[in-house]
Design a binder for this molecule. Sequence first.
Ligand code: URP
Ligand code: ZN
Ligand code: ZN
Length: 460
Amino acid sequence: MSLLVKNGRVVTASHDHIADVLVEDDKIHAIGTNLPFSADQVIDATGMLVLPGGIDPHVHLDMPFMGTFSSDSYETGTRAALFGGTTTVIDFILQKQQHSLQEALEEWQSRARGNAVGDYSFHMAVTDFNERTKAEIINMVEQEGITSFKTFMAYKGALMIDDRQMVGLMNEVRERGGMVTAHATNGDVIDFLIAKHRAEGKLTPLYHYLSQPEITEAEASHRFVDMAGYTGCPAYIVHLTCEGALNAVRDADRRNGQVFVETCVQYLLLDASLYEDELEGAKWVMSPPLREKKDQQALWAGINQGLVKVVGTDHCPFMWEQKKMGEKDFSKIPNGHPGIEHRMELLYSEGVHKGRITLNKFVEVACTNPARIFGMFPRKGTIGIGSDADLVIFDPTYKHRLSASTHHMNVDYSAYEGWEVTGKVKTVILRGQIAIDKDACLVDKGYGQFIRRNKVSNKI
Ligand code: URP
Ligand code: ZN
Ligand code: ZN
């Protein structure tokens, strides 16, 4: 099967030109102006942007967490991602403490296999690093194509590892050609503040925010970067939210070499004033919490300075009924919010359309850098000859409103209800197949493939 996308404005992290793109089967076969080829199917993309398929490297689908499960399955979550122009996601496997990495891998494979609509890969979250789990790292990298290992410096008792485990893991992962990533917040200080607020009867969503002040993230980010520098392990901070943490990375990085930084779209656009709403504030309870306007400015600047390399979502949706598990106590609100579907459109609208970032930068942080950093480039993340034919045909002027009544995520509220967005995903092609067109999904569950990833380094 061949497909010719004609006359679009083809944008990559480094190029921007009007061209045709010829797809043969699942790969990009040719790119150029007025390509002299016929094809089985032709799409006229005049006036449209033609972008690489988006890559969201931070999602939690069907994840057991805080006494419940995140509400998007592999089917609903990857389908919603496709509607929003994200063709590949990387989900987090959570090792259960005192159990093996292999057991966790099998559990996640059983949820994903045959269910994913879009492509997916896995990070492995190591929650219990010991001699047995150390011995499993090589197999994950060499046999399973799982090359990034997530750590939690918070959520004590369930997910958190200590610094002794962290440096042990970093040494092993560096030897095997992988990368260590971190939820970098100081779990002990957060636990102290949660206990203090609860003891004082301060139980509303605002106290979720006040239990995780900027210093808890700045301190842990600095420590993580220092440990990465000390061990020489490629490293990446997930969902960095604030100026203090960014400065900590800047400072530590100056001495120790490169650590990659990811932020998420909500930290660029939403702020902590939402927690003042006692009834609805739970919708935005996530960790780390939303921050202040000055932090948004620091993050946009960090993107333009090249320090923030990736914009993900940390998509971890819960139904309102699930959020109500914490209506009497903020510490019981399942942490996380929905975003997988809106990342590309929001980042385009608030970033490119409003003049905060360039079009090339948009592609870089939403598509290309996640592929490069996590060992999927050039198969994914760009429009190049031989790359997977993952393309997004995007109307840059179309205005629409986001709403729970029209989104495709399996969650009954929107974090962006009523937001007006300029720019809309029109057509999505995944490995040569038209997956989304005219607001319909044309591929079935099971179409999504597991993407094995290559070894990584701290150079991209
Ligand atoms: O609140 C969040 N972020 N929930 C998902 C788990 C995590 O910490 O990434
Ligand atoms: Zn996290
Ligand atoms: Zn997360």
